[in-house]
Design a protein around this ligand. Structure first.
Ligand code: HEC
Ligand code: HEC
Length: 511
């Protein structure tokens, strides 16, 4: 039974982890500059940047070089250790389920791919997943086996790579580039299908009508596939009954009350998923329900030039990481990802956190091949220094300070989206408690907006935290009015002349 194999594996992992109790987050700080680039993260094909053969054994080899406190064993070669650490980080980035969103039962995932080709396409490519030529299970890039806790059966979920590996405007692929095609909202809706299947009709009637019709359509496609007519097997209920059966037989990880553990998200989240667009979504998870109304969807940032050292944060030299939940360091950000995904502290050890952090810190932005007028770039650099660098004063063009939302007209609910947050569901309470034990999140969350890094901005669409500015021309209104009139930083349209806009644009493409 596959479910059992997964459970045994999880128990084993937990046992292994909890038997070595260190919960120190930071580990030893590694050197700030990457001496060598050991991985190949930008290339013309996906297979090329995955480097599957090279990274697959890395974690085992890396962990073998650490003692039980996660320090390097005596006489290990620091260069070799670092190389393995980076490669292991890459492996985790691509292959470990770390998001904590609602997982999708694997049989449902497979069924949807077969029965809804017009909607999701082969390998879910129509909702923006990239293919993964290296995956023996032939799943898309950024999809991996995940916890069975919520569903009681083998399930899959997204890894960092689903959102943070993308195709560049010039056709190349890069790790750290936002996947601007990913329609996560749609994927989120699908993930909650088993809960919908198990709902009583009267509860279904409480759902927003478009949500109901979404699920009705999903069911209809599957029935068509199974029976070629309208009266076939409703396999969908089978999915849920299977999970209820496992639960009833007490084959549930750690004896948690799985079925009550997750609930249908509030209408606010469901509605925002219906309104989501590729690359811009509410990444809402069962355990992170924002209480502030009208928080807009988020776009995926590019991950280049992140330093994220807690000492820099403490010295006021960098803004916190993340906007909806603010963290003092990359170590804490990553630790928190583990908490959200696995709901315990056992994975929060330097041997897991450090590789991901080290890998992220050394990722470099791809350089644009566009031929730019050097005079224009120089002029743009000068203008930037004069009129932008007062706020965009960080090493990668980010702001080191937090600003009031009104400063550049950001949606006010983004300044402090977790204000007065109270965990309501059992899982949210658990996550809250674990985060507090770890002091992972800043408490209280400081209010304010920070600009993201500008490094590699040329690869982005959906600029700004809420993704409301299309691209660089839209930023400066070079094609007339902004696509979305309510978007932030309108001053960049109004207070600059054409030549200044073009120079700034050229300069921004060099970052
Ligand atoms: C479901 C899509 C998704 C997945 C999966 C995901 N991210 Fe992100 N990531 C985002 C979004 C959206 C943001 C912006 C969040 C915000 O600012 O509040 C973000 C922000 C970040 C940031 C902060 C950057 C900044 O500008 O402050 C880092 C670092 C990061 N992600 C790394 C990771 C890592 C590492 C993983 C895997 C453990 C991961 N992400 C998984 C979508 C995703
Ligand atoms: C008063 C402070 C301030 C000044 C001056 C300023 N910015 Fe910003 N900028 C911000 C803030 C705050 C944000 C974040 C807004 C958001 O994402 O909603 C931002 C966001 C941006 C972004 C979007 C980044 C992203 O990827 O999401 C770009 C691009 C940008 N600014 C360019 C500029 C340029 C070019 C100038 C100079 C002409 C400039 N800014 C001047 C504060 C400032």
């Amino acid at each position: 039974m596959r479910a059992n194999a997964v459970l045994i594996f999880l128990f084993f992992m937990n046992f292994l982890m909890s038997s070595c109790g260190s919960q120190k987050i930071e580990g030893k700080l590694l050197s700030r500059r990457s001496e060598t680039t050991t991985t190949h993260d930008v290339g013309s094909s996906i297979a090329e940047i995955l480097e599957y053969e090279s990274i697959r054994p890395a974690c085992d080899n890396y962990w073998a070089m650490l003692d039980e406190n996660d320090n390097a064993i005596p006489n290990s070669n620091p260069q070799h250790l670092r190389e393995l650490e980076v490669k292991c980080g890459k492996w985790l980035f691509l292959g470990w389920e770390t998001s904590g969103k609602m997982p999708l039962p694997e049989i449902l995932f497979d069924a949807i791919e077969r029965s809804w080709p017009d909607r999701v396409g082969k390998g879910f490519e129509k909702i923006g997943f990239l293919p993964n030529p290296s995956d023996p299970a032939k799943r898309p890039l950024g999809i991996a086996r995940s916890t069975t806790r919520y569903t009681g059966m083998p399930s899959v979920n997204v890894t960092c790579a689903a959102c943070h590996v993308g195709q560049l405007p010039d056709g190349r692929y890069a790790i750290g580039a936002p996947n601007t095609k990913l329609h996560l909202s749609e994927f989120n809706l699908m993930s909650y299908y088993p809960l919908y299947a198990a709902m009583h009709n009267k509860d279904r009637d409480q759902l927003p009508t478009p949500v109901k019709s979404y699920y009705t359509q999903l069911e209809r496609t599957e029935r068509r596939r199974v029976s070629g007519g309208d009266h076939g097997i409703d396999w969908s209920n089978v999915v849920f009954h299977y999970s209820k059966l496992l639960h009833w037989l007490r084959i549930g990880p750690k004896g948690l009350p799985d079925a009550e553990f997750v609930v249908m998200p509030p209408s606010r989240d469901l509605n925002s998923w219906l309104a989501g667009r590729p690359g811009v979504f509410n990444p809402g998870a069962p355990m992170l329900t924002l209480q502030v109304q009208d928080v807009p969807n988020l776009s995926v940032p590019q991950l280049w030039g992140i330093s994220g050292y807690e000492s820099d944060f403490a010295a006021g030299q960098v803004a916190p990481l993340g906007q909806t939940t603010k963290y003092a360091s990359l170590e804490k950000f990553v630790s928190s990802a583990f908490i959200y995904a696995y709901q315990d502290l056992s994975l929060i050890r330097p041997r897991h956190v450090r590789p991901l952090v080290t890998y992220l810190r050394q990722l470099e932005a791809p350089v644009s091949a566009e031929v730019l007028n050097p005079e224009s770039v120089r002029e743009g650099a000068h203008l930037f220094k004069q009129s932008c660098a007062t706020c965009h004063d960080g090493r990668a063009g980010e702001s080191t300070k937090l600003f009031a939302a009104s400063t550049v007209g950001t949606h006010p609910s983004l300044a402090s989206p977790r204000e007065n947050y109270v965990a309501t569901t059992p899982i949210a309470k658990l996550i809250d408690n674990l985060s507090q034990q770890l002091s992972a999140e800043l408490k209280p969350q400081p209010s304010g907006i920070r600009s993201r890094r500008l490094r590699g901005l040329w690869t982005r669409t959906n600029l700004m935290i809420d993704g409301s500015v299309e691209d660089l021309p839209d930023l400066f209104c070079l094609n007339g009015k902004r696509v979305r009139e309510e978007s932030p930083h309108q001053d960049l349209c109004q207070s600059l002349n054409i030549s200044e806009k073009e120079s700034l644009s050229a300069f921004l493409k060099t970052l």
